[in-house]
Each structure stands twice: as C-alpha cells, then as structure tokens.
Design a protein around this ligand. Structure first.
Ligand SMILES: [Zn+2]
Length: 93
C-alpha cells in the first residue's frame, strides 16, 4: 500500500507577483500577499482514480461537472495538500 502525502509548502513566503516576503497562508490551499493582494492557490495536480469491480461488473460514475458533464467516468479526483492517496480515494468515493 502506498502511503505518501503531498509535499508541503508551509515555508512559502515570497509572493510570485511582487517578489516581496509578504505571503501568508490564509487557508489549507490559499496564500495571500499583504503587499499587493495577490492570491496564490497551491493546487497540486496529483490525482487518484479507482476501478471497483465485483464479479463481472465495474463501478462507473457519471460526471457531475465539466469537463465532460454527464459522461461516464471512473471515480476519483485530485489529492489535497497533506492528504495521502488513500485518504483522497476514500474522500472522492
Ligand atoms: Zn505580492
């Protein structure tokens, strides 16, 4: 079983827009610059997907949002910061 968490950026402090050391964390995924009001979203692209099968059947979901609203899809989604892959699968399912 894989048990890794997404890399943390707890020490990020330099604003990517103005370059000043004024970035502060305002939520688990969001940082705000007190100098220029830039908002940075730490949005890792790691994702999980699971194929659940039972006998000769496969669980398929119908997408609830774009892209692909209404199309068939395998259950899954993005991994949040400080979340393990297993936690992400459980949350998404
Ligand atoms: Zn800034």
């Amino acid at each position: 079983m894989i048990s890794r968490k997404m890399a943390s950026i707890d020490t990020a402090r330099f604003c990517p827009q103005c370059g000043k050391s004024s970035l502060t964390r305002s939520s688990n995924k969001q940082f705000t610059c007190s100098e220029c009001d830039f908002t940075y979203f730490h949005n890792p692209a790691a994702a999980v997907m699971v194929a659940l099968s039972y006998e000769d059947e496969l669980l398929v979901a119908i997408r609830g949002r774009n892209p692909g609203l209404g199309l068939w899809d395998l259950p899954g989604g993005f991994v949040d910061p400080n979340e393990s892959l297993e936690q992400a699968v459980i949350r998404e399912i």
